[in-house]
Design a protein around this ligand. Structure first.
Ligand code: AMP
Ligand code: ZN
Length: 471
């Protein structure tokens, strides 16, 4: 059952084979710009990448995952105009650039933990790898695909070759030029609107830029895209196996990364490119600059558990747009609570003989190996829950095994109720009434238990009290 992935570069679903059999699979995922909290749209992308990593491991590969943290050089508007996002936020909050980057990096990692997204072993802040970035730029200048001006060092798209440059996005250069026109007005030294900055100099609006490093072209700071070329090469070599991000990165950021890395070293950057679709709100892209976003804290404030959001995300394919609504989150939370209850009940059921577990895992693996079809994989998980032929302990084991990919937290069965002894006393009394068929009394106790925030479920193994809110 080969693992198949959609490769944005070839626009085909291809069988995944690692570049080197003996080495771990190299996985590079573009990280956040740490000037604000991540919104749940960003988090959708990180969940998709987490599932990808888990699926690779499921298939027996060890994975070397690297993520950059953008703490310099990402300008507002993602192009070469505007100010440095992190520095602008530092000014607004009257804090140092370091404090801002540190604070939002921590907040980001907290979000990932709460969503059970594995934190990449290598987290690389751009500011720590500036010499590596300078090395890549030096090579580009030497190869004459970059040029130095009084304002910046630019990547020369025409010299590199427009067709080659557009191999990922296949977007006509004309379309890109329209977006970049403003930048030409801003810098008369730029030769073509499609060219982009590799190194900013401390002139004009950047005269007082706080973060600055010496370079062969004068003191300055790196452009946004170069950090990914330098960091991925440093930790994963070139080419490496898989590069990922959100679909918005196809046209500019990833296109520029490829041009830089391939222009400097004459080799492909990555073998597979995977892109996660957007989370929408009111059918529009959720975005920081659009101002239409929610953070994980926002959803927690409304009484939702982070894993309810993870479950919601898993219910759609990563290549489909997902329109976020509070109603759908509520349904996801209820659905996940239902799954937790089932998992807990399985721990109570009597052991017994059953069919082989492998039967149940097979279709799940097939689904997840077919370009990460999580919604279909979930349908097989539900089949296990509903299945009556298998022994409870086998079902439980299967669910826990599936959870290695889903990350919904089944490995510790949620012990139903951390209810107080008082609840259990009431429950015992109710059982006694029920057994002696005193239904009016037993019903009164059920209501009393209900008013204390618990519901009773009668099962073959006896009654269980559930807190009304499990998550
Ligand atoms: P940023 O911090 O803006 O660089 O974005 C971090 C990651 O989130 C990138 O991989 C983006 O492509 C992705 N992203 C941004 N907006 C959305 C969205 N609305 N839905 C899904 N992913 C997004
Ligand atoms: Zn990147």
């Amino acid at each position: 059952m080969a693992l198949k992935l959609y490769n944005s570069l070839t626009r085909r679903v291809e069988i995944f084979r690692p570049l080197s059999r003996g080495r771990a699979v190299g996985l590079y995922t573009c990280g956040p710009t740490v000037y604000n909290f991540a919104h749940i749209g960003n988090l959708r992308t990180y969940i998709f990448e987490d599932v990808l990593e888990r699926v690779l491991k499921w298939n027996g590969y060890s994975v070397k995952r690297v993520m950059n943290i953008t703490d310099v050089g990402h300008l507002t508007g993602d192009s070469d105009i505007g100010g440095d996002k992190v520095e602008e936020e530092a000014k607004r909050e009257k804090k140092s650039v370091k404090e801002i980057a540190g604070f939002y990096t921590k907040a980001f990692l907290r979000d990932l933990k709460e969503l059970r997204v594995r934190i990449p072993r290598t987290l690389a802040p751009a500011t720590r790898y500036v010499p590596d970035q300078i090395e890549v730029i030096k090579r580009l200048v030497k190869k004459d695909v970059a040029y130095d001006t009084p304002t910046a060092v630019y990547f020369n798209v025409r010299k590199y070759g427009a067709k080659r440059y557009l191999k990922l996005s296949r977007q006509p250069l004309g379309q890109k030029l329209i977006g970049a026109r403003e930048a030409v007005v801003a810098d008369p030294h730029k030769r073509s609107p499609a060219d982009f900055v590799l190194w900013f100099k401390l002139v004009g609006k950047f005269k007082h830029h706080i973060l600055r490093w010496p370079s062969p072209w004068g003191v300055g700071f790196p452009g946004w895209h170069i950090e990914c070329s330098a960091i991925s090469r440093k930790f994963l070599g070139q080419p490496f196996d898989i590069h990922t991000g959100g679909v918005d990165h196809v046209g500019t950021h990833h296109t520029n990364e490829i041009a830089q890395s391939e222009g400097a070293f004459g080799k492909p950057l990555a073998r597979f490119w995977l892109h996660g679709e957007f989370l929408l709100i009111d059918e529009k892209r959720m975005g920081k600059s659009e101002g239409n976003f929610f953070t994980l804290t926002d959803i927690k404030k409304r009484g939702f558990h982070p894993l309810a959001f993870r479950y919601l995300v898993l219910q759609s394919h990563y290549q489909s747009k997902l329109n976020f609504t509070w109603k759908s989150l509520e349904a996801a939370q209820k659905g996940l609570e239902g799954l937790y209850k089932e998992v807990f009940k399985l721990t109570l059921e009597k052991r017994g003989e059953g069919k082989e577990v492998r039967n149940l895992l097979r279709p799940f693996t097939e689904a997840i190996n077919k370009n990460l079809d999580a919604p279909r994989a979930l349908s097989f998980l539900r089949r296990v829950v509903e299945n009556t032929e298998h022994a409870p302990e086998d079902k439980l084991e299967t669910l826990k095994t599936m959870d290695k990919i889903l990350g919904l937290g089944f490995e510790k069965p949620k012990t139903a109720p951390k209810a107080s002894p008082r609840i259990f006393t009431l429950l015992e009394k109710r059982e006694a009434y029920r057994k002696s068929k005193q239904f009016i009394q037993s019903d009164r106790l059920r209501k009393q238990i209900d008013s204390l925030g618990y519901t009773i479920e009668d099962t073959a193994e006896g009654p269980i009290v559930w807190p009304k809110k499990i998550l």
